[in-house]
Design a protein around this ligand. Structure first.
Ligand SMILES: [Zn+2]
Length: 331
C-alpha cells in the first residue's frame, strides 16, 4: 500500500512539473513581445537598432542590395537607402526621421524610426481596441484675407474649400459625422483650427492644402504628420523639439498619413512626394490623430489644371475618404 501511495505522490509531482513546463510556451511569446531582443548602437549621435534583429522580431526577411536594403513579410515591405532618409513602405514613398546606415555588413536604422514609423505601420496604432472613429473635422487651409498659393487665377483657399466640401459629403455618405473648420471664405487663425477639432470632439483632423514652388516642373502629392518629439522634421536635419499635444498620437498619425497618401495616389495617379514630418501649427495642436495633405502644385501647369477640375477634385476627396475608412477599420 505504501508503495502505491508513493507512486501516486511521484505521479502527482511529475504532473505538476510537466504542467509548469507546459505553461512556459504560453508566457514566453508575451515576454518576447514586451521586450524583443534588439541590439543597439550609437550612430550620428543617435540610438540606432540592428535591422536584422527587427526583421526577425517581426517575422520579416532582410534583403540587402549594394546601396540599401529591404525588410518584408506578406503584409509589409520597407525599403531603405543607406545614408539617405528616403525609402518606401508598401510602394509609397516615406521620409524617415534619420538616414539608415550600414556598419560592417549590418544595416541599422534609428530607434525613433523603429518606434514611430516601422512599429505602428507593421502592428497598427495601439489605441484602445474597439474605439469608434465617428467624427471627422476637415480644415480647408487659408481663407478670407489669406489666399494661400495662387497661380493662373487659381487661389488655394478656393480650391481646398471645394475639395473639403466634396470630402465632407463623401464622408457623410459613409456614415461619419463631419464638420469643417470654416463654412465660408473667412480667415481663421492657425491655432483656432485644431481648437475646433476639440470643440467637435473629433476622432480625426485633416487639413487640406495646395502647394506652390518656384520651379514649375515640381509636382506631386505629399501628406504630413507631426514630427515625433526629439526628432528632426523632413525639411530639417538637426531641429529637435519637445512634445506637443499632437505627439500623443504619433503612432496613429503615421498610420493615417500612410493610408491617406496611398489612397489619394491610387485615385489620382499623382506623382508621389511621400509621407513627411513637420511641426505645422494646425497638426501640432490637434487633440486627435491629424494629417495635413498637400494635394498638388498650383504652379505646375498640368497639376494646376487638374486641381481646378471637378473630376480630379473628386479623385482627391474619394482617396482621402477611402484612407479615413481604412483607418477607422484598424480599430
Ligand atoms: Zn496652404
Amino acid at each position: 500500500m505504501n508503495f502505491l501511495k508513493n507512486l501516486h505522490k511521484k505521479i502527482k509531482h511529475i504532473i505538476i512539473i510537466i504542467g509548469i513546463f507546459m505553461s512556459f510556451p504560453l508566457f514566453f511569446p508575451c515576454e518576447l513581445n514586451a521586450a524583443p531582443y534588439i541590439r543597439y548602437k550609437t550612430c550620428y549621435g543617435e540610438k540606432y537598432v540592428y535591422l536584422s534583429d527587427l526583421a526577425s522580431f517581426y517575422g520579416m526577411t532582410l534583403t540587402k542590395r549594394h546601396d540599401g536594403c529591404e525588410i518584408r513579410n506578406k503584409n509589409s515591405a520597407f525599403s531603405f537607402t543607406f545614408e539617405k532618409r528616403t525609402g518606401l513602405y508598401n510602394g509609397v514613398k516615406i521620409h524617415y526621421l534619420y538616414a539608415s546606415c550600414i556598419v560592417g555588413s549590418e544595416p541599422l536604422i534609428s530607434e525613433k524610426d523603429y518606434k514611430f514609423i516601422i512599429d505602428p505601420l507593421v502592428r497598427g496604432p495601439k489605441q484602445p481596441r474597439g474605439k469608434v472613429i465617428k467624427t471627422i473635422v476637415i480644415d480647408p487651409g487659408h481663407g478670407g484675407k489669406d489666399d494661400g498659393a495662387e497661380a493662373e487665377g487659381n487661389k488655394e483657399k478656393n480650391l481646398v474649400f471645394i475639395i473639403a466640401k466634396k470630402l465632407r459629403d463623401k464622408l457623410r455618405a459613409k456614415g461619419f459625422n463631419v464638420y469643417l473648420t470654416r463654412e465660408k471664405d473667412v480667415f481663421i487663425d492657425l491655432d483656432n483650427r485644431p481648437a475646433k477639432a476639440k470643440t467637435y470632439k473629433a476622432d480625426i483632423f485633416i487639413s487640406i492644402h495646395c502647394n506652390a514652388a518656384a520651379d514649375k516642373q515640381v509636382k506631386g502629392l505629399e501628406t504630413f504628420c507631426l514630427t515625433p518629439e526629439g526628432a528632426p522634421s523632413t525639411s530639417d536635419k538637426n531641429s529637435k523639439s519637445s512634445a506637443f499635444q499632437g505627439n500623443k498620437f504619433n503612432k496613429e498619425n503615421i498610420c493615417l498619413a500612410y493610408l491617406v497618401q496611398r489612397c489619394v495616389l491610387g485615385n489620382t495617379g499623382a506623382a508621389d512626394r511621400g509621407i513627411k514630418h513637420a511641426r505645422f501649427a494646425v497638426i501640432k495642436g490637434a487633440p486627435c490623430p491629424a494629417v495635413l495633405i498637400e494635394t498638388g502644385f498650383l504652379t505646375n501647369a498640368r497639376e494646376g489644371k487638374n486641381l481646378a477640375w471637378s473630376k480630379y477634385q473628386d479623385g482627391i476627396a474619394d482617396g482621402i475618404a477611402e484612407g479615413i475608412s481604412y483607418y477607422a477599420r484598424l480599430h
